[in-house]
Design a protein around this ligand. Structure first.
Ligand SMILES: [Zn+2]
Length: 439
């Protein structure tokens, strides 16, 4: 019998890909840039520097909030969150506490507590200079707009949290507000985990502690770290001991979590309204406009693909990974329809044959599928003939190519592709053409 019930919540940070930082005009694109080259008095936290909020970042946060089903706030404000750390030059972070931009949403049947906007911190770099270990600080990341998405503790398994985080990443990318790249740190995951004793728990009572997991930089590690933590906590409870509120980091090498520091209570941050930025206020018209700008989300698209085209859900999940692919599929379905080809066949081919949609047009794809079984591509002889014809008929482009204009080759490849109705392999066409032209 299962005695314990894991209670899991997520905190996800997403760096917005706006041109400039949250409160100054410095570039927000900080990845792999020379340290401390994109800084100014505002993002270095120098005395007297005044922050000016980035309108785009506010709008994008609202857009994300709307996409997650949140209520967008009419009145919002920035607050100062005080703590000391070397990567935070002001001694406080401009964040949101009491009046976030968006609250109370629902996404993938998980309750979204809040979506708020803050500034990112600088980055500490520990390295060896001479024979000394030193810590250096790069402030290029300081002040980059950062959105925090907090969920209610609605998850009861690591796999549930993982699939939510994946869907969230897809949504953020779909909205075009962030690359949400975990490796580059533009999406960062934290999980709060506690384990309740089923026999003692009343339906709405949560355990009186939670362990915050940090240092998670992939979905896989998140799943492993949560599972490790659930097991660890159950063992502690099993031994009749109690658990404490703490922050733990996941070590990828040893695959265990280790304590980092005990968690500050909210009041330790001494939040108060940011005096240098007036409160924000939005009209209903403004908020409606933001909401109407949110196009159909990948998850919705997935469901409609299944319903409309009777394709398996697994296929729909693959086909909605990018907007480009789902548009391509829709186009191919339209063309296939005219040729008596059902959508399922097209989906099947796209998913299983790993077709490169950059190289085969939707028409070409439909032809390939129809010809599948007879022959899926052209014979070499047929292709050579097409290359010869194109070279013969496009003397101008051939002369351009011979004069050193590389783009002429692209044009000729295009002509051969058109002639073969998209059935040829463009790489092969290019090879054949260059061979022919260099004869
Ligand atoms: Zn700056």
């Amino acid at each position: 019998m299962i005695k314990y019930q894991p209670v899991i919540g997520l905190e996800v940070h997403v760096e917005l890909k706006t041109d400039s930082k949250m409160f100054c005009a410095c570039s927000a694109d900080h990845f792999a840039k020379k340290p401390n080259t994109q800084v100014c008095p505002v993002c270095l936290g120098l005395p007297g520097a005044l922050p000016v909020p980035n309108e785009k970042a506010i709008e994008w946060t609202q857009k994300l909030g709307a996409a997650l089903g949140c209520k967008l706030a009419i009145d919002s404000q920035f607050d100062r969150k005080h703590y000391f750390y070397p990567d935070l030059p002001k001694g406080y972070q401009i964040s949101q506490y009491q009046h976030p931009l968006a609250e109370g949403g629902k996404f993938q049947s998980v309750n979204i507590t809040r979506v708020h906007l803050e500034e990112d911190t600088g980055k500490l770099m520990h390295q060896k200079v001479g024979d000394k270990n030193v810590s250096l600080i790069d402030f290029n990341r300081s002040g980059v707009p950062l959105v925090e998405i907090v969920t209610d503790p609605d998850f009861s398994s690591a796999s549930g949290a993982k699939s939510f985080a994946r869907d969230l990443q897809q949504t953020v990318r779909h909205l075009g507000v962030s690359d949400a790249d975990m490796e580059k740190g533009s999406m960062r995951l934290e999980a709060n985990i506690s384990v309740g004793d089923k026999s003692q728990a009343t339906s709405d009572k949560l355990p009186n502690y939670k362990v915050e997991l940090k240092n998670i930089n992939s979905f896989r590690f998140m799943e492993a770290a949560i599972n490790y933590e659930i097991e660890r906590q159950e063992k502690v409870l099993e031994n009749g001991e109690s658990l404490i509120q703490e922050t733990r980091g996941y070590d990828e090498k040893t695959k265990i979590t280790k304590p980092q520091r005990t968690k500050e209570e909210a009041q330790d941050y001494r939040y108060f309204p940011e005096p240098d930025i007036p409160p924000l206020s939005f009209s209903n018209t403004q908020l409606e406009k933001v909401k109407s700008g949110v196009s159909e989300l990948p998850q919705g698209k997935r469901e409609s693909l299944v319903a409309e085209h009777k394709i398996p859900e697994m296929y729909a999940a693959v086909l909605t990974r990018t907007e480009e692919l789902s548009d391509y599929f829709s186009e191919a379905v339209k063309i296939g329809d005219k040729h008596g080809l059902v959508a399922k066949k097209i989906a099947d081919f796209l998913v299983n044959k790993k077709t490169d949609i950059k190289k085969v047009s939707p028409e070409g794809l439909v032809k390939m599928i129809k010809g599948d079984g007879e022959k899926s591509s052209l014979s070499d002889k047929h292709l050579e003939k097409a290359v010869e014809d194109v070279v013969g008929k496009n003397k101008g482009a051939v002369a351009d190519y011979k004069a050193g204009k590389e783009v002429a080759l692209k044009f000729l490849v295009g002509q051969v592709m058109a002639k073969t109705k998209g059935q040829a392999n463009p790489r092969k066409v290019q090879d054949l053409l260059s061979k022919k032209l260099n004869e």
